[in-house]
Design a binder for this molecule. Sequence first.
Ligand SMILES: [Zn+2]
Length: 538
Amino acid sequence: MRFDILIKNGWLLDGTGNPWFPGEVGIKDGKIVKILPTIDGSAKKIIDASGHIVCPGFIDMHSHSDAFSLLTGEMESYIRQGITTCVNGQCGSSLAPIPKGREAEAKNRITDEFPPFAGVEITWNTFASYLDTMDKIPCFINQAYFVGFDALLFAGQPGEEDRPPTSEELESMKSYLDESMKAGAFGLSTGLLYPPQAYSKTKEIVQLAKVAAQHNGYYFSHIRNEGDSVVDSVKECIEITEQSGCVGGNISHHKVSGRPHWGASKKTLTLIEDANNRGVSITCDQYPYNRGMTSLRTLLPPWVHEGGIEQLLIRIQNPKDLKRIRKEMEEKQSEWESFVQANGYDHIYLAQSYTDKWKPYQAKSLAKIAQMTGSADEFSTLIEILIDENAACYMTVESMGEEDIRRIMKSRYQMFGTDGAGIPYNPDLGAVHPRFYGTFPRVLGKYVREEQLLTLEEAIRKMTSFPAQRLGLKDRGLLREGIWADIVVFNPNTVADKATFEQSHAFPEGIPHVIVNGELVVEQETIHKVFPGKVLRH
Ligand SMILES: [Zn+2]
């Protein structure tokens, strides 16, 4: 037999969690067609994998590549770390549905969040037409999509007001969700920290999640509060999954945020364990870093966001409002998660920003920036940045403790997700989170090889067959004859992340070859401009 690609002399880790075995892999027409200890045959391309692990491609369970991938499918930061499939539409944020006639409004909202989106023309309304659009954009890797609660609110309950939906509005959101699920969305995602999603009540979300459940969908959630109410917030995610009848629930980028709350993962993991023991399937995903990244304006209390960015910018220039904002941000609050209160300005760092004035301060803490600019205090610095940047810039927050990170990573219900985006290598994009480039190799280098927190086969299972099973992808996530050839070849002795918070645009080491749908996208650490990625439908 003549193969397209023949991988020789590899150490095969098949993704099940079983130990490695010596073997060779024959690939033809996009699929794995033969796995044997030795394969005789010719091939257009022969890869010698001596001393290397050969395993299924990594599945990124939590990606925000939505907007970026409309600009370009050259996801260099992802493919070089071995990611062959990513799951978009997370934290309640998806680019569809968009009601007819409101394209310009939608575009403004997305551009507020992600300024480069200004160059994109919105040519879709339904989720089906959105996925069709994505089908036509050449991409290195496969992409799956969730429909986001924020998009449903935009479509069905416009106004970003802090009030419950009318029954008509709820019905409207349900029908948008129904269309999205029929089109191939994998489930419903929420980001309950973010207004206007933060205004919603548990029972409203249950009503929506029931629609996802009718289509064998999943409920993925950036929970309401990852700090002082992390335990109650995990309970809410479990409750929504249980009451809606969704196939499974997933706690996105599971963490315990804020020094005073470290250690709470003991309780959250027990809740997850208990739920599974009574027949409610709950998992979580995680990135292996002690800093989170989100919009800088998330530091402001929820009421400041009401009515959208324009209103927010008015409020942060009103002295009376500013006084209240500062008090709520810096002093202990009851329900809302204040990053400033829990972590301090010295652990909050400016990340991507877009004005010439603030770009030089990227990767520096708000405390440091206040000092460097001779500002009155950190709060004034923060407000000045938000006004100059139209509230559209980002931050990283050093909010997590290593004990919690390790405890969550060891859970058998845990998987990995970048919470980043697949982007072309470009340092001009500014200080992105290093997870964009380093999530998977960091696990394999730091937590498997150096710290031996996980065995190699267990880590690979969490990166491959487990997420594939969770998503219902029956033809990916394993090394098996007959399934899609998404494959990573890496050196277990050298694999390592290189991206840091200061120098985040850096490819990892030790991952010479990555194959997507039977095509070599990375060969000898060099990227080929081929685009075998597919849009996956549930
Ligand atoms: Zn999130």
